[in-house]
Design a protein around this ligand. Structure first.
Ligand code: BGC
Length: 472
């Protein structure tokens, strides 16, 4: 059986700039993902005062977007399989735009929450379709790096909105911020959303999706622009060959051979979240304060977290295709686990200040180097083309659900009287450290290395494994 390895040198000589350009446009969806999830941290206090919200209403104002993310992740797979990756991205861009304008103009909590849910649907969709689209246009040799651009964009979005929030809040008085400041924070998202929508008009549809629709001519045109004529002919033949072997239905997702791929994707998605990243993304200032810092220091330390996250994502970008997915995940999870164990120990011994910051930064750097980008890369590449959208939807939906669970339960674990009495706030960190250990074992035992393989080769790899298992 013939398979195709993409000739990276050809692509480099041909249209690598074009591939990178398209990846950057798609990654703007990732930027909006980061921007829209983190904007709440700056606006929530003013919003609370403006609408006179109680604790439960404040929680709803903050978490309504997450409800939308679940919906978005659930429908994005089907939309992107049925109407194409490009159209799905356009829908997400429209939802971000509507949400940005609407949330800025909201005159009641329910109107605001609805606007946030709409934006959340956009986030959920973008979190799935952006890496998927990039993986489908990228040459094998640099697919990891290109998909990681999306993670880079997520992290940049988080950092940018943090500064935007900071500048809006600092340039104005408290009453003005309560009246208008939060509106500008949420409304500011409209600008990148519109830029994203406009740029999407010049982006081509994914060639793999086109072949599935029988539009071979258009697919060939795009493949030629991506990698040159020779590459395009080879890739088209390879994609057609793989698609011809597919008997794709949704139920196939749950058949024995496929089930293992789905389980790997879903478990990795859960592990990315239960190792605790968003506890730091969403609660960092509170954690710093709890461990001894003042408010200003806590805000400054939060900026440092964002900067370290960004820096080490760049390191991942340059190592993922060289070292491979597995080594990065193993090294990163080890660093995350050790940092969390040490952080837990500091909390247990009630030691504070500098050590705490160092352990948290060690954890963030290790995440940014590994589980952050690599999980999204693996999710975008391990599923066969005909079920990729739907399988990724299940994995992404699980990822958001796990995110929700962790964010919801952190304050409960952290403030549980019995745990505090016995462990002094160490319990959540040690729990997440335990999941890092699970991650290492799981990656070593079950996750295949996909570095340098074309998507069709990965698909063939699963098929041969299935055949070998049936022969036994
Ligand atoms: C995760 C997000 C997280 C972000 C932080 C992403 O890979 O999916 O949940 O907020 O990384 O950098």
């Amino acid at each position: 059986m013939t398979t195709t390895t993409v000739d990276s040198s050809r692509t480099e000589h041909g249209s690598m700039k074009y591939v990178v350009g398209l990846s950057i446009v798609a990654a703007l969806g990732g930027l909006l993902f980061g921007y829209d999830t983190a904007v709440i941290s700056g606006g929530i206090g003013f919003l609370r005062a403006y609408f006179s919200l109680d604790a439960a209403e404040t929680g709803w104002a903050a978490s309504s977007a997450l409800t939308g993310c679940l919906i978005g992740a659930a429908i994005a797979g089907w939309i992107s399989d049925l109407s194409g990756r490009k159209r799905a991205l356009m829908i997400a861009a429209i939802l971000f735009t509507v949400s940005g304008v609407w949330s800025a103009l909201a005159d009641s909590l329910s109107s605001f929450a609805l606007a946030r849910i709409i934006g959340g649907v956009g986030i959920g969709m973008a979190s799935l379709v952006c890496p998927l689209y990039i993986a489908e246009i990228a040459p094998a040799a640099s697919r990891g790096k290109l998909v990681s651009i999306n993670q880079f964009a997520i992290v940049s979005g988080i950092l940018v909105v943090y500064f935007v929030n900071y500048f809006i809040a600092n340039a104005n008085t408290e009453p003005w911020n309560i009246q208008y400041g939060w509106r500008w924070m949420f409304g500011s998202e409209t600008l990148p959303a519109v830029v994203f929508l406009v740029l999407l008009f010049v982006v081509p549809e994914s060639p793999r999706w086109l072949v599935k629709q029988g539009k071979n001519e258009s697919a060939l045109g795009t493949l030629t622009r991506l990698g040159g004529k020779e590459h395009a002919d080879r890739e088209l033949a390879s994609i057609r060959e793989v698609i011809a072997q597919e008997r794709g239905t949704t139920t196939q997702l749950f058949q024995p051979g496929m089930r293992i791929i789905l389980v790997i994707g879903v478990v990795l998605a859960i592990l990315q979240q239960v190792t605790g990243i968003n506890v730091f993304m969403y609660y960092a200032p509170e954690i710093f304060k709890q461990l001894g810092s003042g408010t200003n220091a806590a805000l400054l330390q939060t900026i440092i977290i964002g900067a370290v996250n960004l820096t080490f994502t760049i390191v991942a970008l340059y190592t993922i295709d060289r070292f491979g997915r597995k080594p990065l995940m193993i090294i990163g999870s080890t660093g995350m686990g050790l940092s969390l164990a040490a952080l837990g120990l500091a909390a247990y011994l009630q030691k504070t200040e500098l050590w705490v910051l160092l352990f948290i930064l060690g954890y963030i750097a290790s995440f940014a180097l590994s589980m952050g980008p690599v999980v999204w890369v693996v999710l975008s590449e391990i599923f066969p083309t005909h079920i990729r959208g739907r399988a990724m939807a299940i994995a992404t939906l699980t990822l958001w659900a796990a995110n929700y669970l962790v964010s919801q339960t952190f304050p409960m674990i952290n403030e549980s009287p019995w745990l505090v009495e016995n462990f002094h706030h160490a319990a959540p960190f040690w729990l997440y450290a335990l999941f890092c250990l699970v991650t290492i074992v799981f990656v070593v035992m079950f996750v295949p290395e996909t570095k340098g393989k074309s998507l069709e080769e990965i698909e063939q790899m699963w098929r041969s494994r299935r055949a070998a298992a049936q022969d036994e």
